[in-house]
Write a protein that binds this ligand. Structure first.
Ligand code: GLN
Length: 305
């Protein structure tokens, strides 16, 4: 398996040059397009890795499933479902999910920015600082990595320039979806996106979703099995935004991408996969990362279809 991963990275390395590192968050422009790493954690406890799997990057949108999990753990499915829907948007991650001047919870999907900003209001805490702390704690617990922390530079960069997200949040406020101070909610969202992880962390988090809520090794249950069904289904239909259909056809497993270059893939009952390569395709998904997953899926029959 180790040789297979090495081989896949070698075969897919040319694709790292075809993607573009995100620049709309200025700090992300410092990413190195040559980076490519993978970590696989299997249900038999074995793990395999290759390339830049230790290198840290910001989690960006891969935090969205963790936000959703915490919202579910804090409020239960019925309440979360009444605030943020589950239908795929088929639109880019920063799209304005409002039609005909109306905003229904059904227009919001937790895997795109507008839905994720709304979810920050659902997680519990006395203030937005505490809400973020709880999200960070859950991320550390799922990843089994206490060293996971906030990347201060990316956070400040995003806070300074995140005007599209600001606009989305004010729209949510207009439609009564945010009662609190908008800037506080956004602060929690920007920090959430700026959590620094590596491919191993993403593989571990993906593994817990594949293992229906239980940690590897200890089998300690972190969340009910039903929440894995809920989150994985949404990852399948919207985890790669408007690239989710292609991804379903060519890879065929629930997954989540982020503009930091990370992809977390969940192979139900079998494995969690973490990939990192910061060159993005036009939809904001790691270009080489997707290529690696396509090949891995073919060679190991990973598609759930
Ligand atoms: N922090 C990023 C943003 O809000 C997350 C987007 C992404 O990873 N696709 O724009």
């Amino acid at each position: 398996m180790e040789e297979l991963l090495e081989q896949l990275l070698e075969d897919c390395r040319p694709y790292t040059q075809q993607g573009k590192v995100a620049t709309y968050i200025p700090e992300l422009a410092k990413g190195d397009a040559n980076d490519l790493g993978i970590y696989v954690l299997r249900s038999d406890g074995r793990h395999y890795q290759a390339g830049d799997y230790k290198k840290r990057f910001t989690i960006q949108s891969v935090v969205k499933p963790i936000l959703l999990l915490l919202a579910l753990m804090d409020n239960g499915e019925e309440y979360v479902r009444s605030r943020v829907g589950v239908e795929a948007t088929g639109k880019p991650f920063d799209a304005i999910n409002v039609t005909d001047q109306t905003l229904f919870s059904d227009h919001l999907n937790p895997m795109v920015n507008m839905g994720a900003i709304a979810m920050c209001t659902l997680i519990k805490g006395k203030d937005y600082e505490e809400r973020f702390r709880r999200l960070l704690d859950l991320t550390r617990q799922l990843a089994g990595d206490q060293e996971i922390d906030l990347d201060q530079q990316v956070y400040l960069s995003e806070k300074r320039t995140g005007n599209k997200n600001r606009a989305l949040a004010f729209l949510l406020k207009t439609y009564g979806m945010i009662e609190d101070d908008v800037e506080q909610v956004l602060d929690c969202y920007f920090k959430a996106c700026s959590i620094s992880v590596n491919s191993k962390d993403l593989a571990h988090i993906g593994f817990v979703l594949a293992n229906r809520g239980k940690l590897p090794q200890t089998e300690e249950r972190i969340f009910p099995s039903r929440y894995a069904t809920y989150v994985n289904a949404i990852l399948m239909t919207c985890g790669m935004y408007d690239g989710s259909g292609d991804f379903a056809v060519n890879v065929g497993v629930p997954a989540k991408s982020g503009v930091g270059g990370g992809i977390m893939a969940v192979v139900p009952t079998r494995m969690g996969i973490g990939i990192f390569s910061p060159g993005l395709d036009g939809k904001g998904n790691s270009l080489a990362g997707i290529k690696v997953l396509e090949e891995l899926s073919k060679r190991m029959y990973l598609s759930i279809f």
